[in-house]
Design a protein around this ligand. Sequence first.
Ligand SMILES: Nc1ncnc2c1ncn2[C@@H]1O[C@H](COP(=O)(O)OP(=O)(O)OP(=O)(O)O)[C@@H](O)[C@H]1O
Ligand SMILES: [Mg+2]
Length: 245
Amino acid sequence: MDEKVKVEHLTKKYGDLLVLDDISFSIKKGEFLCIVGPTGCGKTTFLNLLTKIIEPTSGNIYIDGIPADPKVHNISSVFQEPSAFPWLTAEENIEYGLRIKKYDNKYIKEQSSKILALLGLEDYKNVYPRDMSVSMEQRVVIGRAFAMNPDLLLMDEPYGQMDIKMRYYLEDEVIRLWKVTGSTVLFVTHNLEEAVYLAERVLVLTNKPATIKTEIDVGLERPRKVSSPDFVEIRKQLTDMIKWW
Ligand SMILES: Nc1ncnc2c1ncn2[C@@H]1O[C@H](COP(=O)(O)OP(=O)(O)OP(=O)(O)O)[C@@H](O)[C@H]1O
Ligand SMILES: [Mg+2]
């Protein structure tokens, strides 16, 4: 197995509050992994450990076999609240990280046109965030993240604010971006249907202190249909699993 991320005995306490309790798992290269868990169980804490925003109490995280380090690894994050840079257009937002990394201009333009095309936003490339809807702004942020060809893309409830129709649209879009870029994606959600729709594998966390309750291999072909019997069956399995939430 080509292992991208390895998490070993990860434990996090805030003072006396035990949040993550000895969590171990790995993520394959190019995998789309969803993590579901009850409110406050430690999902965002886990993502913040990966990006070293906070330090673990004990345990280790490796990316490509070496300790996770944002200075070494190319990790992109997308949060629930859209965070496009207000002073930059859609296109400039998408190019932002590539310019920081000082790629040559030809590559930057190729990357941004590819991403704008995948997002169907070519006609909106000169628009500023103040003139975008929340969903469009979030799409630009997601485009900015994928444009970096990240080693690992972390998404924390990125569609939490979207209505159901927009969600379906955006879920297909993120799958398209994932397929084209071959990124490894770790996607956190409360929404079980969303997890079954997106993920190759779903990790289910317990209530705090969080441990891994179980994992489910989704293994359905794409595009997935939320009304297909196989889909409904897997969603039901997952729902049964979280009755204790
Ligand atoms: N900096 C902090 N200091 C102290 N406690 C914290 C801190 N950050 C989070 N917590 C606590 O740790 C627990 C896990 O929080 P976290 O935000 O990781 O959960 P979550 O699973 O992302 O929740 P949600 O589903 O609401 O996004 C919560 O009880 C929270 O109050
Ligand atoms: Mg959270």
